[in-house]
Design a protein around this ligand. Sequence first.
Ligand SMILES: Cc1cc2nc3c(=O)[nH]c(=O)nc-3n(C[C@H](O)[C@H](O)[C@H](O)COP(=O)(O)O)c2cc1C
Length: 151
Amino acid sequence: MEALIIYTSLTGNTQACADIVAEALEKLGVDVDVQDVYDSEVEDFYDYDLCLVGCYSYGGHGELPDEIMDLWEDLAEVDLHDKVYACFGSADDFYPIFGAAVEDFEAHFEKSGATKGAEGVKVNLNPEEDDEVRLTKMAEDIVNTYKHLNS
Ligand SMILES: Cc1cc2nc3c(=O)[nH]c(=O)nc-3n(C[C@H](O)[C@H](O)[C@H](O)COP(=O)(O)O)c2cc1C
Protein backbone atom coordinates (compact mmCIF):
# COMPACT_ATOMS: atom_id res chain seq x y z
CA MET A 1 0.00 0.00 0.00
CA GLU A 2 1.34 3.42 -0.93
CA ALA A 3 0.41 6.83 0.43
CA LEU A 4 1.07 10.38 -0.70
CA ILE A 5 0.72 13.26 1.74
CA ILE A 6 0.61 16.68 0.10
CA TYR A 7 0.78 19.49 2.61
CA THR A 8 1.27 23.19 2.99
CA SER A 9 2.52 24.86 6.13
CA LEU A 10 3.50 28.46 6.79
CA THR A 11 4.86 28.17 10.32
CA GLY A 12 5.47 24.42 10.56
CA ASN A 13 2.43 23.19 12.51
CA THR A 14 0.78 21.35 9.61
CA GLN A 15 4.15 20.01 8.59
CA ALA A 16 4.54 18.56 12.10
CA CYS A 17 1.12 16.94 11.68
CA ALA A 18 2.19 15.50 8.33
CA ASP A 19 5.29 14.01 9.93
CA ILE A 20 3.17 12.33 12.63
CA VAL A 21 0.77 10.88 10.05
CA ALA A 22 3.65 9.70 7.86
CA GLU A 23 5.36 7.96 10.77
CA ALA A 24 2.11 6.29 11.84
CA LEU A 25 1.47 5.06 8.29
CA GLU A 26 5.00 3.73 8.00
CA LYS A 27 4.57 1.81 11.26
CA LEU A 28 1.55 0.17 9.61
CA GLY A 29 3.72 -0.97 6.71
CA VAL A 30 2.66 1.70 4.22
CA ASP A 31 5.20 3.25 1.80
CA VAL A 32 4.79 6.99 2.33
CA ASP A 33 5.86 10.03 0.34
CA VAL A 34 5.43 13.50 1.79
CA GLN A 35 5.45 16.47 -0.59
CA ASP A 36 5.17 20.20 -0.17
CA VAL A 37 2.35 21.58 -2.30
CA TYR A 38 4.89 23.76 -4.12
CA ASP A 39 6.38 20.55 -5.57
CA SER A 40 3.06 18.85 -6.25
CA GLU A 41 0.17 18.59 -8.67
CA VAL A 42 -3.06 16.69 -8.29
CA GLU A 43 -2.03 14.03 -10.83
CA ASP A 44 0.66 12.91 -8.39
CA PHE A 45 -2.13 11.13 -6.49
CA TYR A 46 -2.66 8.76 -9.47
CA ASP A 47 0.32 6.65 -8.41
CA TYR A 48 -0.89 6.06 -4.84
CA ASP A 49 -3.60 4.14 -2.96
CA LEU A 50 -3.99 6.56 -0.06
CA CYS A 51 -4.28 10.30 -0.76
CA LEU A 52 -3.86 12.74 2.10
CA VAL A 53 -3.86 16.52 2.25
CA GLY A 54 -2.63 18.61 5.16
CA CYS A 55 -3.61 22.27 4.99
CA TYR A 56 -3.78 25.10 7.51
CA SER A 57 -6.64 27.61 7.45
CA TYR A 58 -6.02 31.24 6.63
CA GLY A 59 -7.52 34.62 5.85
CA GLY A 60 -9.39 35.15 9.11
CA HIS A 61 -12.52 33.36 7.90
CA GLY A 62 -11.13 29.89 7.32
CA GLU A 63 -10.02 30.46 3.73
CA LEU A 64 -7.55 28.25 1.95
CA PRO A 65 -4.01 29.58 1.56
CA ASP A 66 -3.19 30.88 -1.95
CA GLU A 67 -0.47 28.34 -2.61
CA ILE A 68 -2.88 25.39 -2.39
CA MET A 69 -5.76 26.84 -4.43
CA ASP A 70 -4.70 25.19 -7.71
CA LEU A 71 -4.50 21.76 -6.07
CA TRP A 72 -7.90 22.27 -4.45
CA GLU A 73 -9.55 23.37 -7.69
CA ASP A 74 -7.94 20.57 -9.71
CA LEU A 75 -9.06 17.96 -7.17
CA ALA A 76 -12.66 18.53 -8.18
CA GLU A 77 -11.80 17.80 -11.81
CA VAL A 78 -9.90 14.50 -11.57
CA ASP A 79 -11.08 10.93 -11.15
CA LEU A 80 -9.77 9.34 -7.94
CA HIS A 81 -12.57 6.79 -7.53
CA ASP A 82 -10.19 3.95 -6.68
CA LYS A 83 -8.41 5.98 -3.97
CA VAL A 84 -9.01 6.49 -0.28
CA TYR A 85 -8.51 9.94 1.20
CA ALA A 86 -8.09 11.77 4.50
CA CYS A 87 -7.51 15.42 5.40
CA PHE A 88 -5.95 17.21 8.33
CA GLY A 89 -4.61 20.63 9.17
CA SER A 90 -3.52 23.01 11.83
CA ALA A 91 -5.72 25.97 12.69
CA ASP A 92 -6.29 28.42 15.54
CA ASP A 93 -9.43 28.36 17.66
CA PHE A 94 -9.02 32.12 18.18
CA TYR A 95 -10.70 32.52 14.76
CA PRO A 96 -14.48 32.32 14.35
CA ILE A 97 -14.22 29.70 11.58
CA PHE A 98 -11.90 27.01 12.87
CA GLY A 99 -9.94 24.85 10.46
CA ALA A 100 -12.34 25.05 7.51
CA ALA A 101 -9.56 24.00 5.12
CA VAL A 102 -10.14 20.41 6.22
CA GLU A 103 -13.80 20.41 5.12
CA ASP A 104 -12.95 22.32 1.93
CA PHE A 105 -10.57 19.56 0.90
CA GLU A 106 -12.95 16.81 1.94
CA ALA A 107 -15.62 18.34 -0.31
CA HIS A 108 -13.35 18.27 -3.35
CA PHE A 109 -12.06 14.77 -2.63
CA GLU A 110 -15.73 13.73 -2.66
CA LYS A 111 -16.08 15.32 -6.10
CA SER A 112 -13.08 13.29 -7.28
CA GLY A 113 -14.91 10.09 -6.39
CA ALA A 114 -12.38 9.05 -3.75
CA THR A 115 -13.63 7.24 -0.64
CA LYS A 116 -13.29 8.93 2.73
CA GLY A 117 -10.94 6.77 4.76
CA ALA A 118 -10.96 8.62 8.06
CA GLU A 119 -12.53 11.58 9.81
CA GLY A 120 -10.67 14.82 9.18
CA VAL A 121 -8.42 16.03 11.99
CA LYS A 122 -8.11 19.70 12.96
CA VAL A 123 -5.24 20.54 15.27
CA ASN A 124 -5.15 23.70 17.33
CA LEU A 125 -1.74 25.24 16.49
CA ASN A 126 1.16 22.88 17.19
CA PRO A 127 0.24 19.20 17.58
CA GLU A 128 0.32 18.02 21.21
CA GLU A 129 0.05 14.54 22.68
CA ASP A 130 -3.71 14.19 22.25
CA ASP A 131 -3.42 15.42 18.66
CA GLU A 132 -0.77 12.81 18.01
CA VAL A 133 -3.26 10.18 19.17
CA ARG A 134 -5.95 11.55 16.83
CA LEU A 135 -3.56 11.78 13.86
CA THR A 136 -2.31 8.24 14.51
CA LYS A 137 -5.91 6.99 14.61
CA MET A 138 -6.54 8.77 11.31
CA ALA A 139 -3.64 6.80 9.81
CA GLU A 140 -5.03 3.53 11.20
CA ASP A 141 -8.54 4.30 9.94
CA ILE A 142 -7.47 5.13 6.40
CA VAL A 143 -5.43 1.94 6.17
CA ASN A 144 -8.32 -0.14 7.51
CA THR A 145 -10.76 1.49 5.09
CA TYR A 146 -8.48 0.71 2.16
CA LYS A 147 -8.05 -2.91 3.30
CA HIS A 148 -11.80 -3.30 3.78
CA LEU A 149 -12.54 -1.94 0.29
CA ASN A 150 -9.93 -4.16 -1.32
CA SER A 151 -10.50 -7.42 0.57
C1 LIG B 1 -3.49 35.94 8.84
C2 LIG B 1 -3.94 34.63 9.45
C3 LIG B 1 -5.25 34.22 9.27
C4 LIG B 1 -5.70 33.02 9.84
N1 LIG B 1 -7.03 32.65 9.69
C5 LIG B 1 -7.47 31.52 10.29
C6 LIG B 1 -8.83 31.14 10.19
O1 LIG B 1 -9.66 31.81 9.57
N2 LIG B 1 -9.24 30.00 10.82
C7 LIG B 1 -8.38 29.23 11.55
O2 LIG B 1 -8.82 28.23 12.10
N3 LIG B 1 -7.07 29.57 11.66
C8 LIG B 1 -6.60 30.68 11.05
N4 LIG B 1 -5.28 31.02 11.16
C9 LIG B 1 -4.41 30.23 12.03
C10 LIG B 1 -3.50 29.26 11.31
O3 LIG B 1 -4.24 28.29 10.59
C11 LIG B 1 -2.64 28.60 12.38
O4 LIG B 1 -1.70 29.55 12.85
C12 LIG B 1 -1.92 27.36 11.92
O5 LIG B 1 -1.27 26.77 13.04
C13 LIG B 1 -0.92 27.63 10.83
O6 LIG B 1 -0.43 26.38 10.41
P1 LIG B 1 1.04 26.20 9.83
O7 LIG B 1 2.01 26.30 10.99
O8 LIG B 1 1.03 24.83 9.24
O9 LIG B 1 1.27 27.26 8.84
C14 LIG B 1 -4.82 32.22 10.59
C15 LIG B 1 -3.48 32.63 10.73
C16 LIG B 1 -3.04 33.81 10.17
C17 LIG B 1 -1.60 34.22 10.35
